[in-house]
Design a protein around this ligand. Structure first.
Ligand code: HEC
Length: 195
């Protein structure tokens, strides 16, 4: 029973003495609610019934492929110009090179370039050639059989240029306890098949 004639919104029922007021929702709120329902129906038909639009996973896939294509194009462009690449002396770039070297290369080549798992990068002896371009090629292609990682795709072309330029600074330095030179062929064991 509505026991207060001055409160028209009071509903007839109560639960343990708790009564309910029938407040009208504002019109704009109600319209938003209807709009949401209409949108949801449209959304379902578009994506799940007619399947016109790509779902999340397909969209991710497409973006991933587009990203990979961009990446391979950038790497291909870089590799096409490697032959004429020059070391940079730009301070910011060398700073970036130092950072990359410390993070990715120092564990094998030592922070001072003296060599550990990887060869000494300070002396005049090189396994794969002493030119800047030789260095860039080794970094990008790696020497998987010998434990030098392939950095193509892991480092961006600009980062490879930066770290290769940073390596130039090692040349001629003499860090303590360097790794001995490794450019020579291993000693012959047993008789040569050509003798
Ligand atoms: C897992 C260990 C490892 C890591 C990490 C590594 N290297 Fe190497 N690196 C090697 C080994 C081993 C060799 C020697 C390959 C061979 O004997 O042919 C090498 C060779 C090289 C060479 C050629 C040296 C020569 O004498 O011709 C360069 C340049 C080089 N690495 C640069 C880098 C740079 C730059 C990075 C970081 C982006 C890096 N390396 C990370 C192990 C590593």
């Amino acid at each position: 029973m509505n026991n207060d004639p001055n409160e028209p919104k009071l509903l007839d029922h109560d639960a343990d003495g708790i009564k309910e007021l029938d407040n009208n929702l504002p019109r704009w709120w109600v319209w938003m609610f209807y709009l949401c329902i209409a949108y949801a129906v449209g959304y379902m038909v578009y994506y799940h019934v007619l399947k016109i639009g790509p779902l999340q996973a397909a969209e991710y896939d497409a973006e991933w492929k587009a990203g990979e294509a961009l990446k391979s194009a950038a790497i291909a462009k870089f590799e096409a110009t490697i032959g004429t690449l020059e070391p940079s002396t730009d301070k910011a770039l060398l700073g970036q090179g130092l950072q990359i070297y410390t993070t990715y290369c120092a564990p094998c080549h030592r922070p001072d370039g003296g060599g550990l798992v990887g060869p000494n990068l300070c002396d005049d002896y090189w396994i794969h050639g002493s030119n800047f371009v030789d260095n860039v090629k080794v970094i990008i292609n790696g020497v998987p059989d010998k434990g030098m990682l392939t950095w193509r795709g892991l480092l961006k072309p600009g980062e490879i240029h930066a770290v290769a330029s940073y390596l130039q600074g090692f040349r001629g330095t003499k860090p303590p306890n360097p790794k001995p030179r490794e450019d020579q062929a291993p000693k012959q064991t047993g008789p040569s098949p050509f003798e």
